[in-house]
Design a protein around this ligand. Structure first.
Ligand code: ACO
Length: 432
């Protein structure tokens, strides 16, 4: 299919050109502009990639207007209700749900790759005691590149798969170790008897002094949060992983780049920012004041956990989490949970406000995730780390998809240059 476009240069119609149109399985048509520069000498200009599809992908589908999210075609609501995180990880990585044997084998592989090289443990001690755990994550995950010379041939599909397994398996161990470092406790080794999420809680909260048994509700809630955070197509961190990988960088370095991108409060850091915001608002009586601040263009304050580049309707993940949030708080926290009550009230007031309605700003996944993590005793500065653990499988799946694409080439955007035109160098003694 092609589409006809009229090219105007300096106001005058110059010519008509035909551009190929790519038809997706679902979603809007995409105009293929790859030859526009070669054939017409023109670039497209799209800061923030508002209208740009950067690749073909078969992993995740989002319809932001309808509030739909699907992994490999399966609706997020069904996966959230029925599946285990590792089942979803297998689905994202390999494209199909595993059968019983495939799941057992995958579980076994991941479980048996959770240990860290003992030398890697030394790295944690090099960080200041109050380092943000995301800073430790970026450094330590990147440093995995230095440990696995047996499988760094990125052109070998089996090497890529081994790296993917290592990353999914070791990320929780690194995350838990970064937490232990921040509280001055010894690193806890993984326990192969436990599930992926139970093991993470064990590594975070067990000490050598007494037994620790993760609460089943906490394991269930974490499993759900991890499923909801596992992938979200070409978001900032996933695009970062793809761009880093497009230069043939090794997968550990690429995932470290993804973690760095996730850290920002406009992306994964929002769950931490939501809790900070709710604490700052403090009381229902202050909501109006903060809503006014969020609407004031001169005030940098934004309602954290609200708005999304793609969802112009409810983020389906926020809907699922609101219900879970209530259940987790009923079971694990004291019934009088002021932050949850405050969040519910804030949501109700914002959703009736013309400013938020006009701009289609709805709660996103992170509006409720932080409150659940708080109920699980996860400290605020670990919220984004939790997100990074869950998203690792998404990043790795996109990296694997990209690396096996025969059309793959380095990602290299162009620019619209607005700096000074050519000028001659002025020697230092002649400058004003
Ligand atoms: N509070 C107040 N106003 C907002 C908010 C907000 N949270 N989000 C967007 N707006 C306003 C903008 O000021 C802008 O108004 P204008 O048209 O009058 O100028 C309009 O809504 C559009 O906003 P943009 O910033 O242009 O939208 P963009 O798609 O670039 O940003 C983003 C999306 C970054 C998520 C933004 O909504 C935001 O900063 N939200 C708060 C942070 C957050 O919760 N991030 C998590 C996202 S989900 C995730 O990454 C897992």
């Amino acid at each position: 299919m092609t589409a006809k476009y009229h090219l105007m240069r300096e106001g005058a119609l110059e010519e008509s050109i035909d551009l190929d149109v790519v038809k997706p399985v679902q979603g809007p048509l995409a105009v293929d502009v790859t030859k526009l520069y070669r054939d017409q000498g023109l670039l497209t200009y799209d800061p923030g990639f508002m209208s740009t599809a950067s690749c073909e992908s078969r992993i995740t589908y989002i319809d932001g207007e309808a509030g739909i999210l699907e992994y490999r075609g399966y609706p997020i609501e069904q996966l959230a209700k029925e599946a285990d995180y590792l089942e979803v990880a297998y689905l994202l990585l390999y494209g199909e749900l595993p059968n019983k044997n495939q799941l057992l084998e995958f579980d076994d592989i991941i479980t048996h790759h959770t240990m860290l090289n003992e030398n890697l443990k030394e790295f944690f001690g090099g960080f200041h005691y109050d380092a943000h755990p995301m800073a430790i994550m970026v450094g330590v995950v990147g440093s995995l590149s230095a440990f696995y010379h047996d499988s760094t041939d990125i052109n070998n599909p089996r090497h890529r798969e081994i790296s993917a397994h290592r990353l999914i398996a070791k990320i929780p161990t690194i995350a838990a170790a970064s937490y232990k470092h921040s509280v001055g406790e010894p690193i806890t080794y993984p326990d192969n008897e436990l599930s992926y999420c139970a093991n993470l809680l064990h590594m975070m909260f067990a000490t050598p002094c007494e037994p620790y048994h993760p609460h089943p509700i906490a394991v269930e809630a974490m499993n759900l949060l991890f499923i909801l955070h596992a992938d979200h197509e070409q978001n900032a961190s996933t695009s970062t992983v793809r761009l880093a990988g497009s230069s043939q960088a090794n997968p550990f370095a690429c995932i470290a780049a993804g973690i760095a991108s996730l850290w920002g409060p406009a992306h994964g850091g929002a769950n931490e920012a939501v809790l900070d915001m709710l604490t700052e608002i403090g009381d229902v009586s202050n909501i109006e004041k903060y809503i006014a601040k969020a609407k004031d263009k001169k005030d940098p304050f934004r309602l954290m956990g609200f708005g999304h580049r793609v969802y112009k309707h409810y983020d389906p993940r926020a809907n699922i989490l609101r219900e879970t949030c209530k259940r987790v708080l009923d079971e694990l926290a004291d019934n009088n949970n002021p932050l949850f009550e405050l969040a519910l009230e804030l949501e109700q007031i914002a959703l009736k406000d013309e400013y938020f309605l006009e701009r289609k700003l709805y709660p996103n996944v992170d509006f409720y995730s932080g409150i659940i993590y708080r109920a699980l005793n996860i400290p605020n500065n670990m919220f984004t780390v939790m997100f990074a653990i869950a998203r690792t499988v998404g990043w790795v799946s996109h990296w694997m998809e990209m690396m096996s694409d025969p059309m793959q080439r380095i990602g290299r955007p162009r620019q619209v240059y607005m700096g000074p035109p050519r000028r001659d160098f002025i020697p230092l003694d002649k400058r004003a």
